[in-house]
Design a protein around this ligand. Structure first.
Ligand code: ADP
Ligand code: F6P
Length: 332
């Protein structure tokens, strides 16, 4: 298929996510197949500003599919949000003749891609973030791996909680989105799950549930808390360390708090993330090769599709309440 563009760039931006390498590989391979030159841009928008870019060859993306992290490195670039930074980024694109960029990242990175597109550098966004907080797509790349990692870690916490008759209070990532918490909470059999999208009463949703479990003979407990709850100073209960103390005080069950943290961002991507990343990377270059920019790639009902960046950024996403209800009905 003849391409309308001859040179494209690829960058990863914002928080890294397992599967970013699989996108880079798929995008580069698609481009090569269509006779397009590919430039790797290091450290997100910083690489564009500093001109830290290199020409990729057909073997540059060999043996990266299975690796966590991103071989192009990533960064958060405050300078890119300034007029000066934006101008330098555009100058780099012009200098190298870059006619389109695949931007792999979260909604912040999408905003940058929109700004570049509006200034004549067509960009296509690919949702690379563990948070699953992008409304246009049913799933983001890295989400599945992060959930599986969190589930395995919580299983280990359960072993020690069971041995000591304790309650383990676990904080998982997700920024303001409760999807990682909800799904890992179900998969790891949590007695209570706190997410930012659903208002809760600490007594009803945590304390009474643990007491009911005790009444039914249960003597160890898992409580999963989304960081969007524990980092919210207005939640009325404090961070997970304070939540653990409160649980111990109200139920008498000795409690420990654990923040899973950045382990959730690392590791080899799951099959699901590798396939999603490969399909999305391919689609992103398909758009650019037709001269189409200012789009973001999404998956809906297992179909890869794309949306205008501005429209995608204005879409709203809510937690799946049916899944939330299942969690509350079966965990006691
Ligand atoms: P993520 O892409 O994972 O949401 P960030 O929100 O940190 O991560 O955004 C990544 C980068 O995207 C920022 O460091 C910045 O360079 C760029 N960016 C974020 N918000 C904007 C914005 N409103 N306008 C232009 N660029 C932005
Ligand atoms: O967006 C991914 C994410 O890991 C969030 O879940 C978390 O809130 C944030 O990034 C952590 O950011 P940092 O890598 O700057 O600590």
């Amino acid at each position: 298929m003849d391409s309308k563009v001859k040179k494209i760039g690829i960058l990863t931006s914002g928080g890294d996510a397992p599967g970013m390498n699989a996108v880079i590989r798929a995008a580069a391979r698609t481009a090569f197949k269509r006779g397009i030159e590919v430039y790797g841009i290091n450290r997100g928008y910083n690489g564009l500003i500093e001109g830290d870019i290199f020409k990729m060859d057909v073997r540059s993306v060999s043996n990266i599919l299975q690796n966590g992290g991103t071989c192009l490195y990533t960064a958060r670039s405050p300078l890119f949000k300034t007029e000066e930074g934006m101008q330098k980024a555009i100058d780099t694109c012009k200098k190298h003749g870059i006619e389109g960029i695949v931007v792999i990242g979260g909604d912040g990175s999408y905003r940058g891609a929109r700004d570049l597109s509006l200034r004549g550098i067509p960009c296509v966004g690919v949702p690379g973030t563990i948070d699953n907080d992008i409304a246009s797509t049913e799933e983001t790349i890295g989400f599945d791996t992060a959930m599986n990692t969190a589930m395995i870690m919580i299983d280990r916490l359960r072993d020690t909680s069971q041995s000591h008759d304790r309650c383990s209070v676990v904080e998982v990532m997700g920024r303001r989105c409760g999807d990682i918490a909800l799904n890992t909470g179900i998969a790891a059999g949590a007695t209570a799950i706190l997410v930012p999208e659903v208002p809760f009463d600490f007594k009803t949703n945590v304390v009474d549930r643990i007491k009911e479990g005790q009444r039914l003979g249960k003597n160890h407990f898992i409580v999963v808390v989304a960081e969007g709850v524990s980092h919210n100073e207005e939640n009325g209960i404090g961070d997970i360390f304070e939540i653990a103390k409160l649980i111990e005080k109200e139920t008498g069950v000795e409690s420990r708090a654990t923040i899973l943290g950045h382990v959730q961002r690392g590791g080899s991507p799951t099959l699901r993330d590798r396939v999603l990343a490969s399909r999305m990377g391919n689609h992103a270059v398909d758009l650019l090769s037709q001269g189409i920019g200012n789009r973001v790639v999404s998956i809906r009902k297992n179909e890869i599709c794309d949306d205008d960046i501005f429209e995608a950024l204005n879409m709203k996403k809510d937690l799946d309440r049916k899944v939330y209800d299942v969690a509350y009905e079966i965990s006691f």
